[in-house]
Design a binder for this molecule. Structure first.
Ligand SMILES: [Zn+2]
Length: 524
């Protein structure tokens, strides 16, 4: 009954669409009633899985995308651009075996090495030492042991618990206690090693512990709010090829090991971590193309990065955007197969390591970048589009308004425009095109706890909100069609004043040469 009611409602809505444009009506029908966007997202996340740069999962996703486009009759190709560190994650199993037996939640961080078979040993914490000489004298103790190197959380309860169930001031008190414990840990255990390094994570310490024979390095980057393990911050930029495995434990399990070790209750851990660096591998973008019939040298680009972090399947970051772009291409091919301009889908990789793929692609295709009529970038999680920025281009707002005014209000209401907006400087693929002054527009979306979900072990298929993805795919297909119908020239006039409350001092338009992304391999 529920299904029948839904269908009837959708059909009614389709009939009620306030447009006589048959292409828009067909697109609505194709994207709302015959949607494939969830099937695409499910295969990409559940079946193909994580898509870390340098992994076979990413390569599989590219092959799958090309094959899927081919099935729809859309030409697609894989375009190599550089090289990156290859890495393979196998199975991981970590148990506490004494003083009692308990399976632990642990994830090797990306690019970690594995254990040689099964490793078993005691758990140590960093000792309180006076200085680096004292630490060096202690260091031989780590041979054959697991070493916990961070300050544990005093409680893995969420802040919400302290705020709602505690007495007045509970949360503030707990936060003060945690801050004090962290600074004491840092001052008495970490700083004296002299090995903290300049980065957030103590890479030189990792290296010293590894050389001294530690079985694995234990730490916890977990979110007590949601039980998620963060998978970012790879053991990558160390320049040390033979680090011990680095395991990221849940807040609870890390606290358990540290308490047992500190109270001399003799914890022992057994771990089997299958992970391996596989040398340098080629990196590539995947490009799909519907050739233009009248103005083939002008381009409308649908943009979404395909790579992800690998603690989970990268569902909202960015299988969601990828599926939306693919679904929009399918809707366009079926309902608007002979566009005037060339329609491209850019499935970039290396976004998570400084927008490498889109940066290299823009550099390799100056003719396309010059001919961009509009680029829409989907990297906003699972949420329906609620914000569009004109990225500092003076008359882009008028064109965006014209296109949005013709899509059904179901899709356009609630969208805020940032006009003329400010050009992106880095961190999103759109920056790779904005730096050339191309009309490239990033979409922002309804939040859906994006910050707690992206880059973690809970970024899984279930976090995708079906109606939001259908909404975005139909909107995107319609915008591409409407942009293609628009004859107005693509003026690239930039705003003169780029200062804002956030960036008060005068600054220049972002330079493509300054972009952090270069096609390169990390140190071995
Ligand atoms: Zn992303």
């Amino acid at each position: 009954m529920g299904v029948a009611c839904l269908l009837t409602t959708t059909e009614l809505l389709a009939q009620a669409l306030p447009t006589n444009d048959t292409t828009l009506r067909r697109m609505w029908q194709a994207g709302m009633n015959q949607s494939q966007v969830l099937d695409l997202a499910q295969v990409l996340t559940d079946s193909i899985g994580p898509r870390l740069l340098g992994s076979t999962g990413l390569q599989s996703s590219q092959t799958w995308a090309v094959q899927t486009y081919a099935k729809w009759g859309i030409a697609a190709r894989i375009e190599p651009y550089g090289a990156w560190l290859g890495w393979r994650r196998g199975a991981t199993h970590v148990d506490l075996v004494a003083p009692h037996v308990q399976t632990l939640t642990a994830l090797p961080v990306a690019f970690s090495s594995g254990t040689a078979g099964t490793a078993e040993g005691a758990v140590l914490t960093l000792p309180v030492t006076q200085d680096s000489a004292a630490f060096a004298a202690w260091l031989p103790h780590v041979r054959g042991a697991f070493v916990a190197i961070g300050s544990p959380r005093l409680s893995c309860r969420s802040d919400r618990d302290f705020a709602t169930s505690g007495t007045a001031g509970s949360l503030e008190r707990r936060q003060r206690e945690q801050a004090t414990a962290d600074s004491i840990f840092d001052a008495t255990r970490l700083a004296p090693t002299g090995l903290r390094g300049r980065l957030l994570d103590p890479w030189p310490l990792y290296a010293a512990l590894s050389r001294a024979g530690a079985l694995a390095i234990l730490r916890s980057q977990a979110d007590p709010q949601e039980g998620a393990l963060h998978s970012e911050r790879a053991v990558l930029f160390t320049g040390v090829a033979t680090l011990a495995p680095v395991l990221n434990l849940s807040c609870e399990d890390y606290g358990l090991l540290v308490r047992l070790a500190e109270r001399r209750q003799s914890p022992r851990v057994r771990a089997s971590v299958d992970a391996q660096r596989t040398g340098e591998v080629a990196t590539a973008n995947t490009i799909a193309e519907i050739r233009g019939s009248a103005r083939a040298g002008e381009y409308i680009v649908l943009s979404a990065h395909l790579d992800s972090w690998d603690g989970a399947a990268g569902a909202i970051d960015n299988a969601a955007g990828t599926a939306v772009v693919m679904e929009a291409m399918r809707i366009l091919e079926d309902n608007y197969p002979h566009p005037r301009r060339t329609i491209l889908a850019g499935h970039w990789t290396g976004e998570e390591f400084g927008v490498q793929g889109s940066h290299a692609w823009a550099e390799d295709h100056p003719d396309v970048v010059r001919g961009i009529h509009a680029l829409f970038d989907l990297d906003n999680g699972t949420g329906r589009v609620t914000k569009v920025s004109a990225m500092g281009l003076m008359d882009a707002g008028e064109r965006l308004a014209r296109w949005f005014s013709r899509v059904p209000t179901e899709l356009s209401e609630g969208v805020r425009f940032d006009l003329p907006g400010l050009p992106a400087t880095s961190g999103r693929d759109v920056a790779s095109f904005t730096c050339y002054g191309a009309p490239a527009f990033p979409f922002g979306g309804a939040d859906w706890s994006y910050g707690w979900t992206q880059h973690t072990t809970i970024d899984t298929y279930d976090k995708i909100v079906p109606e939001e993805l259908r909404h975005n795919a139909v909107l995107l297909a319609m915008l591409v069609y409407l942009a293609d119908q628009d004859d107005s020239a693509t003026s690239r006039d930039r705003r003169a004043n780029l200062s804002s409350p956030r960036f008060p001092s005068p600054r220049a338009w972002p330079s493509c040469a300054d972009a952090p992304a270069r096609r390169k391999s990390p140190p071995p």
